[in-house]
Design a protein around this ligand. Structure first.
Ligand code: C5P
Length: 235
């Protein structure tokens, strides 16, 4: 396939979810996907398998690394862990907003301290709002968690596309990172609130997290190109 013509604008909006437990396999996927994606999401699976080495591998490939740790513990512990994570060279770290303002603030402060001790730019905290495994959470839960994220000076939130309207009304300063992206006709797997790339972008998504829509496709490059084109037409 000919090298894709993907603008920086489009690449900057796309994160690839490296949901595998093997760094060699993830590295191969990362190299293949670099023309379309600027952000590599390392989740618990890959971080459990490969640890901080995984971060270095994708920074070296040229990605901004999104460490999807979904931290949730007492503020002291989250702050200490964040100090370590802040020194690794990542750009984004997820923390559960349900942990409250003090815990989110501890993450923000810890990441700043760790990054500045290592001479790096501080990563942004992305507060995870409402999981798809909480389908019955009332709207007030999202409101409360957005308030926590704003008060703690988080950089952004992870939310479903269907929550983007509420996020832009209540906390427009927060970057919105949206998983559950499925082009028309692609299986939704276990995603509870899927949206197409164009719907998510038109509703205000900052970054789209793309996983199995590309990684489980017969031809990942073809699937990535189709998504990039859909995003280009929506922005
Ligand atoms: O479904 P897909 O492979 O696109 O998942 C991409 C990311 O979405 C996963 O890495 C996971 O963090 C997140 N996810 C989610 N809700 C689910 C399943 C996955 O937010 N129900």
């Amino acid at each position: 396939m000919k090298p894709p013509d993907v603008s920086d604008d489009v690449r900057s909006r796309l994160a690839i979810a490296l949901d595998v437990d093997d760094l060699v396999e993830a590295g191969r996927l990362g190299r293949r996907m670099l023309p379309w994606f600027s952000v590599a999401k390392i989740g618990l699976e890959l971080f459990s398998a490969a640890g901080p080495e995984a971060v270095g591998a994708f920074v070296d490939q040229g990605y901004k690394v999104f460490l999807d740790m979904k931290l949730h513990d007492i503020p002291t512990t989250v702050g200490r862990a964040s100090r370590v994570l802040g020194s690794l060279g990542v750009s984004y770290v997820t923390v559960h907003s349900s942990g409250g303002v003090d815990m989110l603030s501890a993450a923000v402060d810890g990441l700043h301290e760790g990054a500045s001790a290592a001479g790096l730019c501080p990563p942004a905290v992305l507060a995870v709002t409402v999981l798809t495994s909480e389908p019955n959470a009332p709207r007030t839960v999202l409101e409360e968690r957005l308030t926590f994220a704003s008060e703690a000076n988080c950089g952004g939130v992870v939310c479903a596309a269907s929550d983007l309207g509420q996020v832009s009304r209540l906390a427009p300063e927060l970057l919105t990172v949206v998983p559950g992206i499925r082009p028309e006709g692609v299986a939704s797997h276990d995603q509870g609130r899927p949206a197409t790339p164009s719907t998510a972008i038109q509703n205000g998504a900052g970054i789209l997290v793309i996983g199995r829509a590309v990684t489980a496709a017969d031809e990942p490059e073809v699937a990535a190109s189709a998504i990039a084109m859909e995003v280009a037409n929506a922005i």
